[in-house]
Design a protein around this ligand. Sequence first.
Ligand SMILES: Nc1ncnc2c1ncn2[C@@H]1O[C@H](COP(=O)(O)OP(=O)(O)O)[C@@H](O)[C@H]1O
Ligand SMILES: [Mg+2]
Length: 458
Amino acid sequence: MNTKEALTIIDRVLPNQHLSHIQELVFCQSWEGKTYQEIADIAGYDHDYVKEIGSSLWHSLSTSLAERVTKKNFQSVLRRYEERSKLDRKGSNLDRISSEPQTSVAQVEVSPKVTARREDWGEAPDVSLFYGRTDELTLLEQWIIQDRCRLVALLGMGGIGKTALSVTLAEEIQGGFKHTIWRSMRNPKPAIETVATLIDLLSDHHKTSIPETLDASISLLIKYLQKHRCLIVLDGAEEILRSGDYAGTYLNGYEDYGQILRRIGESQHQSCVILTSREQPREFTLLDGSRVRSHYLRGLSSGEGKEIFAERGDFYGDEADWERLISYYAGNPSAIKIVVCAVQEFFDRDISRLVDLLNQDGLVFEDIKELLDQHFDRLSEAEKELMHWLAINRMLPLLPEMSSEMLSEMSLVRSPQELLTIVNSLRRRSLIVKTSTGYSQQPMISEYIKSRSITENS
Ligand SMILES: Nc1ncnc2c1ncn2[C@@H]1O[C@H](COP(=O)(O)OP(=O)(O)O)[C@@H](O)[C@H]1O
Ligand SMILES: [Mg+2]
């Protein structure tokens, strides 16, 4: 389908909305695969303005097609729409020549699959600008579609892209589910209320009486998960987990979520619940196996990180500088976005000047400090001690080489057993990484911890 044909479909999908010149331009250039920045450059508009035009267009299409439409998926949505329309047209032609009762082929063959689907995206963010992660999307799709996982955790530090990946993944695989529900766990409700909300949505608001006990409510929820193939995303589960303790334990009053996860993971049904979290909830280690799996998000590659910079125009630096910069920030898209603004503002778009500074003294931007404060403040005192030790010593060797000398340098970590528990907990929080020689921190984190000790001691 070419751009012109695509435009004629838009006329049909949005019959009352004549596209303005700029809307048409954004649509056509997006169809050609251009980024908002490229469109802005071509047309001489501001990037944010072009993005706003695009977003409102995808929004109108979403409303009209009763399906989530974004810059990333609008081509496949329109192609699907066109195929459906062709089938519909063929169906009504057949109806006209046949003397059979007036049911179109399209209604019989297509409608139950397509129109019976329900989506509820809550406050899911717009993720039209999403780079890379193709391997991860393929892997997760395989887990959910082929391997029929019932519970999947997407784990990683704040800003690494869990929310964006969960939305992109759900958009890509939603066609295989009758219901798609995306919910943020910000300001979390008690477990029993969340179950009631899910039952209400999955029953298309028909279920008026919800059982009083949590146990019975979960049983009813599971009935719905058995009856239809449903995809439920719960985003930001760290909100129900406790800080100051080892990773994965629940906040007071939210322990019941453990029971929900356990039963969804253990019971027979045809649905999938995806949870995103900065920390791995206990159930995922206890149940881990063929139907319950966890995936720790990797950082973006330097090429993908560069694309985030490119949204804001041209930046300068050689390949080695780009590699160093993106790996320093562990490919964390949020951190990269902060750095883009700083390089634009303070380094004249020349990344090599920032890289020089990172190589010499290290540098922690205030916004990155805030991002990492959120993680650090959640740690137990013993975890903080080990993080400080690692920032200075760089590497904690693997088990046989962990020596009593190391323990003597720490006051809160008293035995090898305790050390292992702490290492495990920090791994579940994505704050340390395991290599073939030992455990270490990302440079951005070491630098942050050092700067924190300086502030605390001064
Ligand atoms: N693959 C990606 N490509 C481009 N931007 C991304 C990507 N992943 C995340 N982002 C952006 O980075 C920021 C942080 O991502 P988010 O998904 O909110 O992280 P998390 O949920 O892990 O805290 C958001 O602005 C998001 O749009
Ligand atoms: Mg998030």
